[in-house]
Write a protein that binds this ligand. Structure first.
Ligand code: SF4
Length: 680
């Protein structure tokens, strides 16, 4: 029971990309609960994570002092000792090997202000563009695909517009578990009469509300979307005026669809031709048709092609630039959109200004007061690990990420981290990754600092300091500032407000964003000036790039398919009660009790084939590793497919996954690798 004396501090949920507003209830300097806040776009609604996932804030495992490795042990140190060591070791590697030898991963759980400072620190102090973050593993294909097709890689429309759509196509997105409040919006739309078309190999919860469920074979998204476009063209259901006035590349793209007849697509995808045709008709003839997608289509070696196929379908039908329409990638983490906007990416400066454009580079050299900035495209997350193995990258700085559990082929990731000459982790807990570091810097969590997050619909919102950080932990922006000062940079930031002013000065999308303007309600970018009210939906009169561009894409098989030795396909994802690598949700007792351990979902036919019953323990093995897990026997997964999460350190699922990447955006294929099962 929350004390009646508890004070409510309005802030933003630290979990998923919906960015729900909530009240942290504070009593005697401690968070004691969470209350609802009706002023946000979530209208007071919260899911279990927002409501019960706060106990990690005061968990005894929180890091309270810097740690320095002495032999096999990480021992407490003062901030002076730790910052001196980090600056000396990075400076020494920089002078010996140059900026190409240093890399940094930022975090979609840190604020915009902190992500901005992180990439500035990497580029200015460490002279390196090897900067990336976890968007590489979730929506790099969205950024690459939608930016090329439309000129902007973000969600086109707002979450509260979904109930205005009359047809919503949901592909590769288990929305009720991964963005539950968006799931409420979809159910609201269905109750108002919208037809939901769910495209997913698994019987996800939304299937109950669906008008049509297309249960495609995993990894056949491009074929299915091309098939829908083929039918729409053949039947003349496309929007000729929109295509003529607002698009380019149509004729060449159209030629590439000839072979995607419903019959061939049925063979490729397993979706009956009549259902494909009905889905195509519904979407094309909708007054307002919206597409919602997530990592079910992005985390493939064909991830960018899948995003192009979604974009093609939407421009073909003119389902863009109006309320209740659009192409809507659902972002996973609370600030993954902001971390991309702030350019913790290897090829952009803030606001997607490309580092190879000389004019943009000159701007940032002048804006940041430096003589020169590195003029090369940096490495992505998977490329950084390869670079470490090859001896090219010798120093790594990770702020708030846990690749040992989150990244594919994680034994290889661990081996890479162990090779580093110098490795720094800044985090709120001693994660599986932090345990390998030479220096660990203790950070403040969302409840202990001010700043902003940008949610999945481009809405920039405040987080507010409610309590003090534990022990000597500090905010990430304070640590970065202190470190930059140690390395001779005259940074003088005393509050995230000032950092946001600097962001606004360099990032036109955020030109009119200031903390003061966000006090009442968040603003959706683009918000170019102080009088601008924000932009609820994009591409109203023209696309950001001018015209929407069609891209011809072909169905491609996954990098690794089941075979005689490894006869099942593993697909990975998240569940409602846990979050990512579990560092926060598993330290919140109610969430932990609701889903205490991994349960690999397997089909009853596969269970009997491999001698397993519900609740049994099983070995799951791929060519890269083996884990032990409990199994849940369910028809929710199709025959031949196993579903596991990456939430549990005791069952490190990513030891199994494949690090093959999409050739355009380098997203790894987390949605499919070959495995076998045996009773444990
Ligand atoms: Fe938090 Fe997402 Fe749940 Fe909202 S839907 S309460 S942002 S986890």
């Amino acid at each position: 029971k929350i004390s009646a004396d508890a004070q409510g501090i309005r802030t933003t949920c630290p979990y998923c990309g919906v960015g729900c507003q909530l009240q942290l209830k504070v009593h005697e300097g401690k968070v004691v609960g969470v209350g609802r806040d009706k002023s946000g776009s979530n209208r007071g609604q919260l899911c279990v994570k927002g409501q019960f996932g706060w106990e990690f804030i005061h968990h005894p495992d929180r890091l309270t002092e810097p740690l320095i490795r002495r032999g096999d042990r990480l021992e407490p140190a003062t901030w002076d000792e730790a910052l001196d060591l980090v600056s000396q070791r990075f400076q020494s590697l920089l002078s010996q090997y140059g900026g190409h030898a240093l890399a940094g991963f930022s975090s979609a759980k840190c604020t915009n202000e902190e992500n901005y400072l992180f990439q500035k620190f990497m580029r200015v102090a460490l002279r390196s563009n090897h900067v990336d973050h976890c968007a590489r593993l979730c929506h790099a294909s969205t950024v690459a695909g939608l930016a090329t097709a439309f000129g902007s890689g973000a969600m086109t429309n707002g979450l509260n517009e979904l109930p205005f759509a009359d047809v919503i196509l949901i592909i590769g997105a288990n929305v009720t578990e991964t963005q539950p409040v968006t799931g409420y919006r979809l159910r609201e739309a269905a109750k108002k009469g919208a037809k939901l078309i769910v495209i997913d190999p698994r019987r996800i919860d939304l299937v109950k509300d669906a008008h049509l469920w297309l249960r495609l074979r995993p990894g056949t998204n491009t074929a299915l979307l091309n098939g829908m476009a083929h039918v729409i063209l053949r039947e003349g259901w496309w929007n000729r005026d929109f295509v003529a006035a607002r698009t380019e590349g149509f004729d060449e793209w159209r030629e590439g669809l000839t072979d995607y007849t419903p019959e061939r697509v049925e063979e490729l995808t397993g979706v009956p031709a009549k259902d494909l045709t009905e889905a195509a008709r519904l979407y094309a003839q909708a007054e307002r048709g919206s597409i919602v997608y997530a990592m079910g289509i992005t985390q493939h070696t064909s991830g960018t092609n899948n995003v192009f196929a979604v974009a093609n379908l939407s421009v073909l039908c003119g389902q863009l630039g109006r309320e209740g329409t659009g192409v809507n990638p659902l972002r996973g983490q609370n600030n993954v959109q902001g971390a991309c906007d702030m350019a913790t990416l290897p090829n952009y400066y803030p606001g997607y200004r490309h580092i190879l454009e000389e004019e943009e580079r000159r701007f940032f050299e002048s804006f940041w007061g430096v003589e020169s900035l590195p003029d090369w495209v940096g490495k992505t997350v998977p490329e950084v690990f390869h670079g470490i193995h090859e001896g090219d990258i010798r120093g790594l700085f990770i702020m708030g990420e846990n690749p040992i559990l989150a990244d594919p082929d994680s034994s290889d990731v661990e081996a890479a981290l162990r090779r580093l000459d110098f490795f720094v982790v800044q985090d709120i807990f001693l994660t599986e990754t932090a345990r390998l570091a030479h220096v660990v810097l203790p950070a403040a969590c969302f409840a202990e600092k001010d700043g902003t997050f940008t949610n999945t619909e481009r809405r920039v919102q405040l987080i507010r300091k409610a309590v003090e950080p534990p022990g000597n932990a500090r905010s990430d922006w304070e640590i970065l500032t202190a470190l930059a000062n140690r390395m001779g940079l005259p940074w003088r930031y005393d509050h995230p407000k000032g950092i946001m002013e600097e962001i606004a000065g360099s990032t036109p999308l955020y030109g009119g964003i200031r903390h003061e303007r966000l006090e009442k309600v968040g603003l959706q970018w683009p918000c170019p000036d102080m009088d601008h009210p924000g932009t609820p939906f994009l591409h109203e009169e023209r696309f950001t790039r001018g015209k929407g561009k069609f891209h011809r894409v072909e169905h491609l098989e996954a990098d690794e398919l089941p075979d005689r030795d490894y006869p099942l396909l593993l697909t990975t994802g998240r569940i409602l009660y846990q979050y990512h690598t579990g560092s926060m949700s598993r330290r919140s007792s109610k969430l932990s009790a609701m889903a205490p351990e991994e349960k690999a979902m397997i089909h009853p036919g596969d269970a009997s084939r491999f001698g397993l019953k519900d609740g049994d323990r099983a070995f799951v093995e791929s060519r890269r590793g083996r884990v032990v897990t409990s199994v849940q026997v369910t028809e929710g997964v199709p025959p031949g497919v196993v579903f596991m999460t990456f939430h549990y350190a005791e069952t490190p699922t990513n030891r199994l996954t494949n690090d093959a990447t999409d050739p355009i955006c380098r997203i790894p294929e987390l949605k499919g690798c070959a495995i076998r099962l045996a009773p444990a």
